[in-house]
Design a protein around this ligand. Structure first.
Ligand SMILES: *Cc1c(COP(=O)(O)O)cnc(C)c1O
Length: 272
């Protein structure tokens, strides 16, 4: 396993959480725009990794393309973006069908209702928001029916915010034991959305909790290769400091979305 143990950032490098209004890069439409934004995000990722003594090659950048229309996804693909994260199954399925010839790898990263497991099973390459046995069993059944497997990340509510999906931290060890029975699901690790605040200590605390749960899962042999899917446009440097192995980045690559965070987390407040 790669060394995920984070160090404090080097002196003079203090990471912070961006306000929502400052999380987005310029809107990318052309291939050139995407190259520019992608290079800027990669530079941030590499700087964050270097600052806490991590090898950037152990940190995956998952571009999040939700709400972005297909024409722009073609440009993104031409700029080298070959995997995309989506948080609504219907939108993701439509995109996967209409862009099928590109061979994009689709990651479902948002809450999935059990009755949508069938849709997800036919096209998703990975799923980052597994949060109940009912859903795990529904996915397993549907995957077996179509002869597919699925990489999954178990979502944890690390912030205690009511608007967040995910298992409560104390439910995680038992869930990981139980989900072993679903043979089509390959558990790769854990996923979270940190507290939606600019208070860096609170955000750090979420990532620290995730690392502890992951380490316990590695000890128990229940958490696959122990990946940690955490960090988004506004907080991915802190997530890297906290041991993230997969940052899910939308607005810093694609540009500001039409809908703000309150569209996805209705009870949440914006990061001021
Ligand atoms: C939208 C979304 C992201 C990316 O958020 P950005 O602020 O656009 O980087 C990450 N994870 C999940 C689950 C999301 O829904």
């Amino acid at each position: 396993m790669t060394d995920h143990a984070p160090q404090s950032p080097a002196p003079g490098t203090e990471f912070s959480v961006a306000a929502d209004s400052e999380s987005a890069g310029p809107t990318a439409t052309t291939v050139e725009d995407f190259r520019t934004n992608l290079a800027a995000v990669r530079a941030r990722l590499e700087a964050a990794a270097a600052a806490c003594g991590r090898d950037a090659s152990g940190i995956r950048l998952l571009p999040v393309s939700k709400t972005v229309p297909e024409e722009r996804l073609r440009a993104a693909f031409a700029a080298g973006i070959t995997e995309m994260g989506e948080n609504k199954v219907q939108e993701a399925k439509r995109k996967s069908e209409n862009l099928a010839e590109l061979g994009i790898r689709w990651a479902l990263i948002g809450h999935l209702q059990t009755n949508k497991a069938k849709d997800a099973a036919v096209f998703a390459d990975e799923f980052h928001a597994l949060d109940s046995m009912r859903l795990a069993e529904a996915l397993d059944r549907r995957l077996q029916a179509v002869g597919r497997g699925l990489d999954v990340y178990v979502q944890v509510n690390s912030s205690g915010e009511e608007s967040k999906f995910g298992l409560e931290p104390d439910e995680v060890p038992g869930f990981l034991e139980q989900v072993r029975a679903c043979s089509s699901l390959r558990v790769r690790g854990l996923m979270t959305l940190a507290a939606h605040t600019q208070d860096t200590e609170r955000v750090r605390e979420c990532f620290r909790l995730m690392r502890e749960l992951r380490d316990a899962g590695l000890q128990a042999g229940t958490v696959g290769d122990g990946q940690l899917s955490m960090g988004m446009s506004g907080d991915f440097e802190l997530a890297i400091e906290g041991g993230s192995t997969c940052v899910r980045v939308g607005q810093a690559i694609f540009g500001a979305r039409q809908y703000g965070y309150d569209h996805y987390w209705p009870e949440g407040q914006p990061r001021a």
